[in-house]
Ligand binder design. Structure first.
Ligand code: GDP
Length: 628
């Protein structure tokens, strides 16, 4: 959302909407055709117009109009048409004088202005789109009250609508506010959110950022902001724990501003709502603001098409078999539909909503548990409806066969090495970077220099930054946002290292600022030459020789220092000279293949393509590590 000048209205600009400008609204909704002239706070309003059009006329944000309507007891949406009288009340409430304008029919307007007609297909498609509920994820620092807030929101629903009703835990739930639904994902936190994105599923429309008013902005608050931003998801701040005497909302607002998240009250675009999840204060207001921000996002879906959805959770139930919670993203899922989820198919036998109630159909943004699948899908998998069961089964079988290949091929990621090629081919226009440093002070100079490398072909974005080691969540964000990670005087946590290796995320380590800038600059220009350094792992001495099948020689060795690993490179030293350089072919202890053998242990070593080991030879095990 924007704020167009705050609540204090400015005299509106002279609007000229014509001039051959192409209009985008569906034609029948358009009635405001006269350029409304407003001088010194007088505004001409047509007999009817949408909330959005009124906001444009008054040069305020649609949210201000909706809020003004709300304070007059009128609940509207951004595209809702309101009449002159209603519009006049809003305008007057915002400090304008009003006058009714002459209305010209939309068709006449088209003729008189020569506007390009909208094609029939476009009109038909738009007509099929219906507003859908927003899907919301709650994020924030640990202990700031995410779970409590989710519970408090859920309880408003239980007490308000179905006393004694049991809310199921199915991974998501819906609440109704002023007759409109909102869907909340039940797994709070930006990690779950980004993990879904990394799997290619963007399910969330809005993020509610919980910040404890006593504790303020903390590292995970900053992470959550960056994760939501990287996904281009609007943020609503829930300033929690305001019941506490130590609560200091002003300090939090300042900290948020320092983090680049400016709230509306301070002229920014983020809605901020004070709440207490514990005392259930401000929850209703928060939900109203969620509705408001959702309105701005104009979320739409076509209820008449076959359903498409994403698996949020799946499990095997002892009595009911495979159970999957699916969030429908478009269309309507019905009992009897043949569905395909990855390599799993099925026919929807039964569906249950978040209240545990059996339902016959599920519309967009609705979470439902479905029964009837032949296996257990994974969270993040996409559900599609297929015409008949035979086709579903055939595609599932084909996918299962390909699965091995698919899972071992990493998603198309960005790497500094082939960055230039990717820019040249037009595949990337932005280089997203996650910057982690040892100390806070290093961030700003590196960030500024990196951003300064942007060219007209490619923009350098630092999507997340922070002091500390590289975490698994950083790797997830990099994977989801096609970013590279730069570690300046910092290393990855073990989990992060494994995750990066498994997903192919490019992590670069540096200890000199100049080298960071130089490398990224060269990569952008296509000049980066990788450089490697050798790291010696350890040595083993050949003490005996064995001959195994086909005459292959294996050295019976003792590891004398460090370690020898199965995947390392090696060289054989004889009397101080290198007689061979290659790879370890086999590494065994007793009869077992092993990954590595530490100093002080015996093992059998064979070397790929080399059959001339001799007693007394030293096998040196080493790795090449990139230094840029
Ligand atoms: P999460 O880790 O973000 O999910 O946080 P929790 O919901 O588990 O809450 C952490 C702690 O803060 C719990 O002890 C809650 O009872 C407490 N808490 C949560 N919301 C509020 C609140 O509005 N006021 C007060 N005083 N305590 C709260």
């Amino acid at each position: 959302m924007r704020t167009g000048g705050g609540m204090r209205p400015r005299p509106p600009r002279h609007h000229t909407k014509g001039g051959g400008q192409k209009r985008v609204e569906p034609l029948p909704a358009v009635v405001s055709s006269v350029s409304p002239k407003a001088e010194h706070g007088v505004v001409e309003l047509p007999a009817s117009l949408t909330v959005k059009e009124l906001a444009e006329l008054l040069e305020v944000t649609p949210s201000q109009v909706i809020k003004e309507l709300l304070s007059n007891g009128v609940i509207t949406s951004i595209n809702q048409v309101i009449d002159y009288d209603t519009a006049a009340i809003v305008a007057q409430g915002l400090g304008f004088e009003t006058r009714e304008a002459v209305v010209v029919q939309a068709e006449e307007e088209i003729v008189s202005r020569g506007l390009a007609p909208v094609t029939r297909g476009e009109l038909e498609e738009r007509a099929l789109l219906q507003p859908r509920p927003a899907v919301v994820t709650i994020m924030g620092h640990v202990d700031h009250g995410k779970t409590s807030l989710l519970d408090a929101i859920r309880e408003t629903e239980v007490t308000a609508r179905e006393v004694g009703g049991i809310t199921q835990h199915i991974g998501a739930y819906q609440v109704e506010v002023h007759g409109k639904k909102i869907t909340f994902l039940d797994t709070p936190g930006h990690e779950a959110f980004t993990a879904m994105r990394a799997r290619g599923a963007q399910v969330t429309d809005l993020a509610v950022l919980v910040v404890a008013a006593d504790d303020g902005v903390m590292p995970q608050t900053l992470e959550a902001i960056d994760h939501a931003r990287a996904a281009k998801v609007p943020i609503i701040v829930a300033l929690n724990k305001i019941d506490k005497p130590e609560a200091n909302p002003q300090r939090v607002k300042q900290q948020l501003a320092d983090a680049g998240l400016l709230i509306e009250e301070w002229g920014g675009d983020a809605v901020c709502v004070p709440v207490s999840a514990k005392k259930k204060m401000g929850i209703e207001h928060l939900l109203e603001m969620v509705l408001l921000v959702a309105e701005m996002a104009e979320l739409k879906a076509n209820p008449d098409r076959a359903a498409r959805g994403v698996v949020i959770e799946a499990r095997l139930d002892r009595t009911r078999g495979a159970v999957a919670t699916v969030l429908i993203q478009d269309g309507t899922l019905k009992i009897g539909d043949n569905v395909l989820i990855g390599s799993i198919y099925g026919k929807v036998r039964a569906m249950f909503n978040d209240k545990g109630k059996r339902v016959k159909k599920a519309e967009s943004a609705t979470p439902v548990e479905i029964l009837g699948l032949t296996g257990i899908p994974q969270a993040g998998d996409t559900l599609e409806v297929v015409h008949d069961e035979k086709t579903a089964r055939a595609i599932a079988a084909e996918r299962a066969q390909q699965k091995e290949a698919v899972t071992t091929t990493p998603a198309h990621l960005v790497s500094l090495d082939d960055l230039f090629a990717q820019i040249q081919s037009g595949r990337i226009k932005e280089l997203n970077i996650i910057l982690k440093t040892d100390v806070q002070g290093s961030i700003e100079p590196i960030k500024t220099s990196l951003e300064g490398l942007s060219t007209d072909k490619v923009k350098v974005n630092i999507i997340h930054q922070g002091a500390g080691s590289i975490t698994e969540s950083d790797v997830l964000l990099a994977q989801a946002s096609k970013a590279i990670i730069i570690g300046f005087n910092t290393r990855p946590e073990p989990g992060a290292k494994r995750a990066a290796e498994a997903t192919g995320v490019d992590i670069r380590f540096y200890d000199i600022i100049y080298n960071v800038i130089d490398d990224v600059g060269k990569a952008l220009a296509g000049l980066l030459e990788p450089t490697y350094t050798q790291v010696i792992e350890g040595h083993a001495e050949v003490r005996q020789l064995f001959r195994i099948g086909k005459g292959q020689i294996v050295g019976g060795c003792m590891v004398t220092d460090g370690q020898v690993s199965r995947t390392a490179q090696c060289r054989v030293l004889r009397d101080g000279s290198v007689v061979c350089e290659g790879r370890i072919g086999g590494l065994r202890r007793f009869k077992d293949d092993v990954k590595e053998v530490q100093s002080g242990f015996e093992c059998g070593i064979s070397i790929e393509g080399f059959n001339d080991l001799q007693v007394g030879d030293i096998i040196e095990s080493f790795r090449r590590e990139r230094t840029n």
